[in-house]
Design a protein around this ligand. Sequence first.
Ligand code: SAH
Length: 260
Amino acid sequence: MNWQAFFELHRDLPREGPGSDLATLEALNRARAAAGRSRLGTESREPAFDLCVFDVGCGPGKQTLVLARELRRKIVAVDIHEPFLGQLRRAAFDAGLADLVETRLGRMEELDQPPGSIDLIWCEGAIYNVGFGEGLRLWRPMLRDGGIVVASEATWLVDDPPSACRTFWNVEYPPMTGIAGNETRAVAAGFDLIDHFVLPRAAWWDEYLTPIERRIARFRPKAARDADLAQVLKDHEREIDICHRFGDTFGYVFYIMRKN
Ligand code: SAH
């Protein structure tokens, strides 16, 4: 992958993965419900998410703004790509949420926080960078007892996907598994899977693939003179084609997990 060409295509997109504000809100409401319930199933009087909230692999941070607006507390937003953090800071300022968003340039696998100091770690479309189970394992000690991780992750939705689709994902993302597979990973990492839901298909298109499709059309003339850009466009067209043809066999799933 030529990263310069990649970021040329991806600069200032609304999102860097499937998702929507509505889906973020839905996941947050389910996470609040999970955090408010004790292990015995009784309602807790402790306020949910009182300590510290991280949004890791935040990208341009659409979900960060939803979290800040809803929780009315500071969200620490972590990403390795500074231009995304700049995009988030501008959006937070425009939304009147600048005081509630702290951007941090860094790696999600090196949060380096004291034990038990985090209430909630949010990770939309980004845990694949470290691996689903590995991310959970790394974050667990920093979470308080009963702390929550909410992560969205590409997931097989059928047992026997068509071979063209399976071949594509076996190259692009070999560890992709089903909901049960991710639950096994969560349990092995010391979490209970409290809740999950499949994002609606529109969450792939409206703010992610459709904007990329439009941009591909716009960049076509330039790509005729730029082999790296042409390759990046081709790779994205393949992914979009797979999503068009086989979009019922895999999807993004939100997982709401509690440290046990
Ligand atoms: N949550 C955002 C971005 C998802 S794309 C959204 O849904 O729009 C994945 C993001 O993870 C990118 O912004 C990328 O820069 C970031 N990333 C990749 N590796 C990372 C790492 N090791 N630590 C932190 N962020 C990382």
